[in-house]
Design a protein around this ligand. Sequence first.
Ligand SMILES: NC(=O)c1ccc[n+]([C@@H]2O[C@H](COP(=O)([O-])OP(=O)(O)OC[C@H]3O[C@@H](n4cnc5c(N)ncnc54)[C@H](O)[C@@H]3O)[C@@H](O)[C@H]2O)c1
Ligand SMILES: C[N+](C)(C)CCCC=O
Length: 498
Amino acid sequence: MNSHVSTGTLLVKEPLNFWGGARVKPKDTKNSEPVYEPATGRVLCDMIPCGEEEVDEAIKSAHSAYLKWSKLSGMERARFMLEAARIIRERRDEIARAEVANNGKSITEAQVDIDVAWQCIEYYAGIAPTLSGQHIQLPGGSFAYTRREPLGVCVGIGAWNYPFQIAAWKSAPAMACGNAMVFKPSPMTPVTAVMLAEIYKEAGVPDGLFNVVQGGAETGGLLCHHPMVAKVSFTGSVPTGKKIMEMAAKGVKQVTLELGGKSPLIIFKDCELENAIKGALMANFLTQGEVCCNGTRVFVQREIMPQFLEEVVKRTKAIPVGDPMCEATRMGALISKPHMEKVLGFIKQAKEQGAKVLCGGEQFVPNDPKLKDGYFVSPCVLDNCRDDMTCVKEEIFGPVMSVLPFDTEEEVLQRANNTTFGLASGVFTRDIARAHRVAENLQAGTCYINNYNVGPVEVPFGGYKMSGFGRENGQVTIEYYSQLKTVVVEMGDVESIF
Ligand SMILES: NC(=O)c1ccc[n+]([C@@H]2O[C@H](COP(=O)([O-])OP(=O)(O)OC[C@H]3O[C@@H](n4cnc5c(N)ncnc54)[C@H](O)[C@@H]3O)[C@@H](O)[C@H]2O)c1
Ligand SMILES: C[N+](C)(C)CCCC=O
């Protein structure tokens, strides 16, 4: 793949599976599915799902790499990981362009995603040498110690909104702890995970340490049920997350679930309004609104509602939508035609239920003829929303902001928490005590104070309630990719009661 890919030019012909240290041709092409370039509607490549035999080969390849990798010291693992991070930095533009062609997000955002990916690998490379156990003194000179050990072969299953970044978020902590991984990207975005696999190989990790199998639900099921798999880390929707948990339960495998959300963003009248407006845009329109932690329920204190709406609508209308490979574009195309239709359906239903469209919410056809069949939707702000409307209750996963007025802190907290989701939340206020009180009382895995959707790799990310459990990023994720062994050492004689 070259770094000069522009919209409408990329065709992917190479095999997209990777195990044993090389790309692997699919055994059977009969269930092949076309993969589209969202900006043009053109076929980019075929996704050919892996069957039982291929999944088994990939897992066995991972297991043999695990036996070698888990015996390395943290410093040794870190060296390979730092080299992988360096190669990603070097190939940033090429990977970002492939991501844009496959996902439809703007090149500006894709470049940030690739940066976050290498930062994540670099971060966990830094942690790998620090992994250690504890020494516990016992009576009579005896003692115990703990060893932090890897789990074995871990499976990563990804969503389509951050394809490369999700693969890095899962593989980096897994590898730092001494595990191997078999990763399955979404069938809609099969292109870039295999680039990560090639980069790890180039960095010198053992063949089989990071593998990619392509496929959808069936392949995902084969991975979850495989007896040699110790853990499944899943990113995707709540309904699929429930199935993953059921499958993992059969083999008593550990699970991390990074699921969906319908997060509240609360804007108090004492906020710095300019920042709150920028925050609301960042909370809703990154990656065409296809972001799990988006703050799509924007609660605005009644007194500042007119100014907020005027400015937010003005700036939403000014968002440049179009060719995602252009530097000036700030919003690209949605992932697929059915998804675009689903998002437009949510907007239609919102209007039927009484919401007022202040801007956008329509299919958008850019002037450039090559984009005429792309899946573009103009970013939408909905007013007159009520808590019982579908657009306020369900995850739309598109560029749709629902704005809701509120009067008091107590009231808004109750309404913000009135959801089965709990991924993220946000609050804008100048009152420091209020900010921390609200953060404490919001039922969500993350609360942003006076910002939204910033995601440094050093801080843990994950859900409360039905948005899942386990964490990605931050030091705590080590807990989710390792297990603790206790070794008890007797220095005297055995005292037996028998
Ligand atoms: N919390 C997070 O970190 C996070 C991040 C990104 C996306 N998401 C969520 O992901 C969703 C959008 O992604 P999606 O549409 O790809 O989700 P999805 O649940 O449809 O699919 C996710 C992955 O699961 C696989 N899969 C589907 N059925 C399966 C089964 N029965 N067994 C095993 N694997 C199966 C898919 O092939 C895909 O790889 C949204 O709800 C979004 O909020 C969450
Ligand atoms: C926008 N963040 C903070 C990068 C999170 C992306 C992960 C969820 O879809």
